[in-house]
Ligand binder design. Sequence first.
Ligand code: PLP
Length: 389
Amino acid sequence: MPGHSQELSTRCVHAGEIADPYGSPHTPVYTTTTFKFPSTAALLDVVEGRKPGALYTRYGLNPTIQALEEKLAAIEGAEAALAFCSGMAAESALFLAHGRKGIVCLGDAYGGTLELIAGQLPELGIPTHLLLGGEIDRLPDLLRQGAGMVFFETPTNPALELFDIAAIAELAHAQGALAVVDNTFASPVNQNPLALGADFVVHSATKYLGGHSDLTAGALMGKKELIMPVWSWRKNLGQTIAPEIAAQLARSLRSLTLRVERQNATAMRIAEALRTHPKVARVLYPGLPDFPGHDLARRQMKGFGGMLTIEVAGDGKAATRVADALKLFALAPSLGGVESLVTQPCTTTHHGLTPEERARRGISDAMLRLSVGLEDAGDLIADLEQALG
Ligand code: PLP
């Protein structure tokens, strides 16, 4: 269908699949580490980049990985994508390839990201800066002083703070810097940062893209010329996704839209059910009209996501009692899977921070973060009500 641009659900199913001589509708799993050539000339065509082809799996030049990467690029509307063995692998290769002039991390971020940016990259001489959302007015100065990259999550973990992707990308570009969005929480179903002006999108594919809590992977999407330097870092740091996991991730991506749309709808129902609950002090969910980021969410998101955070009326111990009493929501870190999960940030994701630092970040001990799965919305609400009771 020339000239017809396919919708996301179609791209999730069909993009990147390679034609198989036996008629398999999906890309076969090529587990081999190497690929043979009929001649040295044919080998050199691939090695020297004149022809696409398979060569060596750690390079990512493996048909199963290449097919996945084409699908990943298609679902974020990117020119190119790279698949990694974890979300942290994608971030670290990106920072080493493009962040050496300096990185500003805006807002709250995943703990491993913060550790890498605040602690480890400076050990390599890379200047880094952490700004909270309320300190965003310092961003232009840091960029003028030479930082070459702004990195942020939106919505953030666990307070679901939203950042204006288009405005931040414009600010970054005005100073010759790159804008990178960790789109893990939103997923490509709900938000497309590249279309809003970001240069890179990074995903912990372990979450919504994988979607079943059974694989660890990462993805990076962007313009081909910007992706190529990251490819070299991935190759030599040895961070490429394994072909078996690539096939498993491609399988998951085929049902991405169905899963996330259902998770959006269920999260909205839970948010509405809990907002007036006497044992709940606050519900943080971008879909609620009185949520501080709601107007921005309506502008830059297509759906409000499957993540919500509640603040239990009472203290941290009260929240722990609720978390422990939940039966359908499993007490586990991570998110984005078919099963609903609950975490208390002060005992898991943000346990390593001092109470003062958590307070500075607006993270209270009474917060519980919910990752909504594919169970029935009524059953999940009943579980929350019995635990809160
Ligand atoms: N980004 C976000 C928002 C995350 O939540 C995580 C992990 O929890 C990561 C990145 C790191 O991903 P991975 O665990 O796949 O390395």
